[in-house]
Design a protein. Structure first.
Length: 296
């Protein structure tokens, strides 16, 4: 994405929404954005942008406020259809993930979306509930296309909200393959070594703190980094004894919700990453199998 366009879109999607009053309480700011109750999406304003920035966005054709409606069944079928796209080779997706450590933050999410698409069983919504117990995709999904895609260019990555991740994977298929540079590989290698050196009782949260303190990840952002670790967990490189990683098999959403594993119930770290511990830090065979060609 063009740097100028990225800066302009950042003003659209990352506006300040709250401020603290004199008593220290958060107060909502009117920034021009409007929440649409019917679709559960925001309608974003161009408040705070210059005429030049607005023209840049409009001339680019970027899909600001383009809301996509997807049924559960449409999302499942679309995921399976995407697997035919030539860009979605495992090698391209692993390369993009490595690029996500420095040169191309956009590359972090696609490997997760792809793994989900690959193991997701073809199925229809079989219950009257709003959320499918098989895959967690809602019966009806409204997605603001531009916001989802931009969040990925900003480095967002996570293994939930799969209907939204379909949108990013579709966009990724239109991009040229990227090749990790020396800095990408060096950062990834340093992270892997840090994980190898984990104390036996280390949890994912403590690992985050240690990596941040060691300044291994440039411009460390807690949730982006957590997503990068989640990729390693879903690939089985950071093993856990509670749920099979997406790289190997699909586990129904309802079954995942019923798995009991150690840790605080208030933690926002979820499986499979939540099940990792320093006593079993790296599956070296899986690491070599997937990333050996990039680390030689």
């Amino acid at each position: 994405m063009d740097k100028g366009l990225f800066k302009a879109l950042k003003k659209v999607y990352y506006k300040k929404s709250y401020r603290k009053d004199e008593h220290g309480y958060q107060q909502r700011i009117d920034n021009g954005d409007v929440f649409d109750v019917d679709t559960g999406t925001n309608i974003y304003s161009y408040q705070g942008l210059s005429d030049t920035e607005i023209a840049l966005i409009e001339q680019s054709g970027y899909p600001v406020n383009n809301r996509v409606k997807l049924s559960h069944d449409e999302a499942v079928l679309a995921y399976k259809k995407l697997l035919l796209e030539p860009n979605l080779s495992l090698e391209n997706l692993l390369a993009a993930y490595l690029c996500g450590f420095s040169s191309f933050p956009r590359g972090r999410q696609p490997i997760l979306s792809y793994l989900f698409a690959k193991v997701l069983p073809e199925h229809s919504m079989a219950t009257d509930s709003d959320i499918c117990p098989m895959c967690s995709i809602k019966r009806v999904n409204w997605i603001e296309q531009g916001q989802k895609i931009f969040s990925c260019y900003a480095g967002s990555v996570w293994n939930e909200r799969w209907a939204h991740n379909l949108i990013e994977l579709q966009e990724f298929c239109t991009l040229s393959p990227c090749k990790p540079n020396a800095e990408d590989v060096a950062i990834f290698s340093a992270l892997i070594e840090a994980i190898r050196q984990a104390p036996l009782d280390e949890t994912p949260g403590k690992l985050e703190q240690r990596v941040k303190k060691a300044k291994i990840i440039p411009q460390f952002k807690k949730y982006s980094f957590r997503g990068q670790l989640t990729v390693l967990a879903e690939l089985g490189i950071m093993p856990n004894p509670y749920v099979t990683p997406l790289y190997e098999a699909f586990t129904p959403f309802e079954a995942i919700c019923n798995i009991k594993y150690p840790g605080s119930i208030r933690s926002d770290i979820i499986l499979p990453l939540a099940g990792w511990r320093g006593e079993n830090p790296i599956d070296e065979q899986r690491l070599k199998q997937l990333f050996g060609g990039f680390l030689e």
